[in-house]
Design a protein around this ligand. Sequence first.
Ligand SMILES: Cc1ncc(COP(=O)(O)O)c(C=O)c1O
Length: 408
Amino acid sequence: MPLEKLDQSLQQEIEALQSEGRAKAPERIIVDYIPPRGDRGPRYKLKGAEQEFIRMNSNSYLSLSNHPALIEAADEATKKFGVGPGAVRFIDGTFHYHVELEDRIARFVNKPTAKIFNSAYTANCGLAFAISNKQTYWIGDELNHNSIIRAMRIAGVPRENKAIYRHNNMDELKKCLDNVPEGIERVVIIFDGIFSMRGDYAPIDQIVKIAEPYHERFKDGVITAVDDSHGIGAYGATGRGTAEYTGAQPDIIVGTFGKAFGVNGGFIAASPTVIEAVRQKADTYIYTNPLSVADCAAAIKAIDIADSEEGQERLRHLHARIKQFREGIEALGLESIPGPHPVVPLLVRDTKKTHEMVNRLYDKGVLVVGLTFPVVPKGDETIRFQINAAHTEADVDYVLSVLAEFRK
Ligand SMILES: Cc1ncc(COP(=O)(O)O)c(C=O)c1O
């Protein structure tokens, strides 16, 4: 049957998104990677553009994607076992690399066990499938990532079993706990560790403390679950994430191998029984092929490096560049949200100016993301910069020199 009728309807929906300013721009295509030279970090070439670009919009905080040891590990695993697993995990699609990665990430985040997923997105969905039932009540931060919000819907959590508190507002979190309806047996407080658009963090120490007195009230207790996709590998003294930074231990940790570790894939780390429930009940784990052995071998190597002196040196360099960039934009009289995370938001507070700055940075070979209404509220228009361990001092100075044109 021709798709014309469907195409027509979809076209109208796409045009509505465009007129509301919510449509995604066409995707730019990376066609070349130019390794670091002298005092310059890596550069990228885009299809249709002459200039070379610094990526200031990559989540690869430790800059491990092009690390020779990761590439070699991925090559070795591929040569032995091939490029794809050939089946889902429970139908003999489990290779020793999958299990080793689960052990390795569990150790890294200080949990007894973990299960890996194709992404943190599907991990959040898997968590909701595994631990939600009719008597479960979910409480979340208003700025939680789309995957957490979607996970609730996919797992069929009804509206009356959910509550949202204003961003990092601990008084409201407490009110949400006070207002949990009768008949609820299990409460899950779920939040991003690092909020990806702002670079600020959830005060896990306070959340755990607020939750504690309520634990006895519910048959299965109050469970704290953090999605620390932007924190793990990049945040805290040794890169163990927001839990380390706040000195607290949430019950469940969700994360990704696709950001600081520079590979791909996600995970849930928790008690052995929660993880067995994930294996038995999480559809996004059960009914889909797992990561390739290449991804797993590279991710294991990435965690090993993050845990080594080399990783600590990368973290030190990253923190020095974050400090340099933050001090630089402050000296230019530009506004940001303070904090030591590699996500550095530049608050422009004007749509036209945001577009102007993003375009100027692009012309000068700097890739960033501009966030304007309705993605952010009017007046909060922002340019998101992301520093990574491959940026050099000269790279950061260069980006600051472009921003100097917009000094206050
Ligand atoms: C908090 C959070 N969770 C999940 C994700 C998705 O990660 P992945 O690419 O591994 O699905 C992101 C990335 O954008 C994120 O910021």
